[in-house]
Design a protein around this ligand. Structure first.
Ligand code: HGY
Ligand code: MN
Ligand code: MN
Length: 371
């Protein structure tokens, strides 16, 4: 970031922030995305937005009209929540949206996010130091691969995101009785994994048959003692459901809880259901949608408006300031996989539109409180 004319610092949540002052206004136009990814993920999810932000800063430093506003390029930490299930961790720390319970919950290695962050920030409550006021920003823009099939299917180079999905994440731990796989009669078993297997299919049924949410996924399963010849005593599933409507998502925890308890009763097991978190859906700003469309027109590129089924740091930043997202096509709509791919030409298109969207945003009316 430094060779792009940016002063670089890291904050108390592990985000990296590069900043260059503007001609007259202190508020920043912030761009960026996340530098983490998922296990066995792809090379574009997050990385494209960070590299494009740095490239825009470099281009602006090398020439072009000086901006009225400051420019910030932010590389957010732990957007995927691969550590401790708190997704959008770095950006929600900036927006002040992290729940104490999330950062205090031990993760799969028994360490809480607050402990992990304290290692490099010097204190368990330092995460609050990452929080920033709305008055720091004029707007936030994020370039990201679509991670879906729409743009490629339409042959359209640029997506203008209308809104970012909300999500409910939960955990259900079924407890039965570990026992000998060879000597325990089938009718005397209390098999926790059988209960968890019913839960996996129930999430799918609730979404497909009852329309509980737009999508539902069980992505994690842990079995104890996890041995070939032992009837599983404990089985833990982690699940998430997503929808663009907060009202739809509000009904999810109680419905999932009821289903888990019914499965436990039928299977002779006990179940503990934890609601890990709810992230509200956030619309993008109409002014940012229009700025992106003008920027794409300047680049001679067609656009298409679409919702995002994926979560993004822009969702958290949308709680602080006007927010917009630019999508470029994903080959085959694939993401969160080594097969994730976006052409170099599409990445360049996205970067060009991001640069012009920064310039368009810089011309928007100055907000009160600018100094
Ligand atoms: O899970 C998501 O939607 C994003 O990739 N973090
Ligand atoms: Mn992702
Ligand atoms: Mn992402």
């Amino acid at each position: 970031m430094r060779d792009a004319g940016l002063e670089v610092r890291s904050d108390a949540a592990g985000n990296l922030i590069g900043r260059r002052e503007g001609l007259s206004e202190r508020r920043a136009i912030a761009v960026g995305s996340h530098i983490d990814t998922v296990p066995n993920g792809g090379r574009y999810d997050g990385a494209l937005g960070v590299l494009a932000g740095i490239e825009c800063a470099r281009a602006l430093a090398a020439g072009g009209p000086p901006l009225r506003h400051a420019l910030e390029v932010i590389a957010f930490a732990n957007e995927e929540g691969a550590r401790g299930s708190a997704w959008l961790f770095g950006s929600r720390a900036v927006a002040g949206l992290l729940e104490p319970e999330e950062v205090g919950r031990p993760d799969e290695e028994g360490l809480a996010l607050a402990d992990r962050v304290a290692v490099f920030t010097g204190g368990p409550n330092a995460i609050d130091g990452a929080r920033r006021p709305p008055s720091d920003f004029r707007a936030y823009l994020e370039l990201h691969v679509e991670q879906g099939p729409m743009l490629q299917a339409l042959g359209c180079p640029i997506g203008v995101v209308e809104g970012i999905t909300g999500r409910v994440s939960m955990q259900a731990t079924f407890r039965g009785a570990a026992n000998h796989a060879g000597t325990t009669p089938m009718d005397l078993r209390r098999d926790a994994l059988v209960a968890a297997a019913h839960m996996v299919l129930e999430v799918r049924r609730l979404v497909l048959d009852e329309r509980l949410a737009r999508v539902g996924t069980v992505g994690q399963l842990a079995v104890e003692p996890n041995a070939l010849n032992i009837i599983p005593g404990v089985a833990r599933v982690a699940l998430e459901l997503r929808d663009g409507s907060d009202e739809v998502l509000a009904a999810v925890p109680e419905r999932i809880r009821r289903s888990a308890e019914a499965i436990a009763t039928r299977s002779g097991t006990a179940v503990e259901v934890h609601h890990l978190g709810t992230t509200r859906a956030v619309p993008t700003s109409p002014a940012m949608q229009a700025a992106i469309e003008r920027a794409a027109a300047t680049c001679g590129l067609r656009t298409y408006r679409l919702p995002s089924g994926a979560g993004h740091d822009a969702l958290a930043m949308g709680h602080l300031t006007e927010m917009g997202m630019i999508f470029v096509p994903s080959a085959g709509g694939v993401s969160h996989s080594p097969r994730e791919s976006t052409s170099a030409a599409a990445c360049v298109d996205g970067c060009d539109v991001l640069l012009n969207a920064i310039a368009e945003t810089d011309q928007l009316p100055v907000l009160a409180g600018e100094n």
